[in-house]
Design a protein around this ligand. Structure first.
Ligand SMILES: C[S@@+](CC[C@H](N)C(=O)[O-])C[C@H]1O[C@@H](n2cnc3c(N)ncnc32)[C@H](O)[C@@H]1O
Length: 145
C-alpha cells in the first residue's frame, strides 16, 4: 500500500509527515493535489480530504478557541464554504482507479451540496453520517467502466 498526502501549510504538512512516517507515507506542500505523485493518476483506491468548509462570513462566529488555534487557511471554505469541495470534486476523477472512492469531510448542512458536486463530476455519490464521531462525509465512487 502507498500513502501520499498534501497540505498547503508547511506546519500541517510537517505533522502529517510525522503521522505517516510509520506507513512510509510521503507528504508534499502545495495547493490541493499539486504535490501528489503524478504516477498515482488514475490509480488511487481511496482519496480522503478534510479541507476547510466554513463559509467566509461564518468564520468569525466560530468558537474563539478554534479561531485562535487554527490558521485561517484551515477554516475558510470561501463564500459558500464549498470552494475547496468544488475543486476536489473536479480533481478526484483524475486520481481515482475504477471503483475507487473519495471521502470529503463536510457538515450536515452542506452534505447535499458536497454530494451534488461529486455527482456533477461523474461519481456515484452519497452522504455518510456517523453519530459515534459526530461527523458527516460525502462519498463518491468512480464507476468501473
Ligand atoms: C480542517 S484542517 C484539516 C487538517 C488535517 N488534514 C486533518 O484532517 O485533521 C484543513 C486543512 O486544509 C489545508 N488547506 C487549506 N486550503 C488548502 C489548499 N488549497 N490546498 C491544500 N491544503 C489546504 C489547511 O492548511 C488545513 O491543514
Amino acid at each position: 500500500m502507498r500513502v501520499a498526502a498534501a497540505d498547503i501549510d508547511p506546519v500541517a504538512a510537517g505533522f502529517a509527515r510525522r503521522s505517516l512516517a510509520d506507513f512510509g507515507g510521503v507528504v508534499g506542500v502545495g495547493d490541493l493535489d499539486a504535490p501528489l505523485p503524478r504516477d498515482l493518476l488514475g490509480r488511487v483506491d481511496c482519496l480522503v480530504a478534510n479541507a476547510p468548509y466554513v463559509p467566509t462570513d461564518e468564520v468569525a462566529l466560530m468558537p474563539r478557541e478554534a479561531r485562535d488555534a487554527e490558521p485561517r487557511v484551515a477554516l475558510d471554505g470561501g463564500a459558500d464554504g464549498l470552494a475547496l469541495h468544488r475543486r476536489i470534486a473536479a480533481a478526484a476523477p483524475n486520481w481515482l482507479a475504477p471503483g475507487g472512492v473519495v471521502l470529503i469531510e463536510t457538515s450536515a448542512r452542506q452534505a447535499d451540496a458536497s454530494v451534488a458536486l461529486l455527482r456533477g463530476a461523474g461519481l456515484d455519490a452519497h452522504a455518510e453520517h456517523s453519530d459515534a464521531h459526530d461527523a458527516v462525509a460525502a462519498v463518491g465512487r468512480m464507476p468501473r467502466g
